[in-house]
Design a protein. Structure first.
Length: 129
């Protein structure tokens, strides 16, 4: 049995299948999830697990070369905006409608229990060498 890192077998397996240039969306409980990308739904109750908890766990496991979020996060959720800009100094911001359209290109979507608006980010997988 795995004793550390991400224990959820569906999420751990999906992460192991990712490669360079793949996209992973970490989203709040309200983001519409398109058909196509593999979905791991971690939402348990409103607010559990949080966006920050899930993002932190994924950052420990993945090599990330960039990230994209909705420009509305700045006004709609200043805490999430601060978190994202702190982790991703070169964060790309696009209109929320464009962000939602881009989720169709993701390989994996991880849904959190977050209920604050615009707590969403698309991670661009890198390569660790």
């Amino acid at each position: 049995m795995k004793k550390s890192g991400i224990l959820n077998r569906h999420l751990a397996g999906a992460l192991a299948s990712l490669g360079h240039t793949d996209r992973v969306v970490v989203c709040d409980a309200g983001l519409p999830v398109p058909y196509g990308p593999f979905l791991v739904d971690l939402a348990f109750r409103a607010g559990v697990p949080t966006f920050d908890e899930v993002l932190s766990g994924l950052m420990d496991e993945l090599e990330i070369e960039g990230a994209t979020a909705a420009s509305e996060v700045k006004e709609g959720n200043p805490e999430a905006a601060e978190l994202l800009h702190g982790r991703f100094p070169d964060l790309q911001l696009v209109p929320h409608e464009e962000f939602k359209a881009r989720t169709r290109q993701a390989r994996l979507i991880v849904r959190t229990g977050e209920v604050r608006p615009y707590a969403n980010v698309m991670l661009h997988c890198g390569v660790p060498f």
